[in-house]
Ligand binder design. Structure first.
Ligand code: THU
Length: 125
């Protein structure tokens, strides 16, 4: 599984985004250490604060299935670059700061950073 393929899966996942309010359709694809891929989307709500981002949906799906170790996550918003929000950075940090975060304007122009760069000194207990 290369990063371009993971990015393509994120683009495809975004088709299921529920974003009637912002119209910003986010998709994410998360690669586990054992080579499985989980996908997720943002799910908005009439009570705006109840919205969940695609990254947390994706992680929650994987964690619920017993996964704990992750290699990389690809994220797209409306088919383009979408870096994770601060809440999602901290949420993902719980499961390791070595995570590779992939986004970009298209699959030929991927931008790749470690979570530890996106969230230096993230919180742990
Ligand atoms: N959103 C995500 O899904 N991930 C992020 O990291 C940032 C924002 C969603 C939440 C909301 O549905 C829409 O993008 C606009 O904020």
């Amino acid at each position: 599984m290369d990063y371009k393929e993971l990015y393509r899966i994120a683009i495809k996942a975004a088709e299921n985004s529920y974003a009637p309010f912002s119209k910003f359709r986010v998709g994410a694809a998360l690669l586990t250490k054992d080579g499985e891929v989980f996908t997720g989307v943002n799910v908005e709500n009439s009570s705006y604060g109840a919205t969940i981002c695609a990254e947390r949906t994706t992680f929650t799906k994987a964690i619920s299935e017993g996964k704990r170790e992750f290699t990389a996550i690809a994220i797209t918003g409306n088919g383009k670059t979408a870096w994770p929000c601060g809440i999602c950075r901290q949420f993902m940090y719980e499961f390791g700061s070595d995570l590779v975060v992939i986004t970009g304007e298209d699959e030929a122009h991927l931008e790749i950073m470690k979570l530890s760069e996106l969230l230096p000194h993230g919180f742990t207990l």
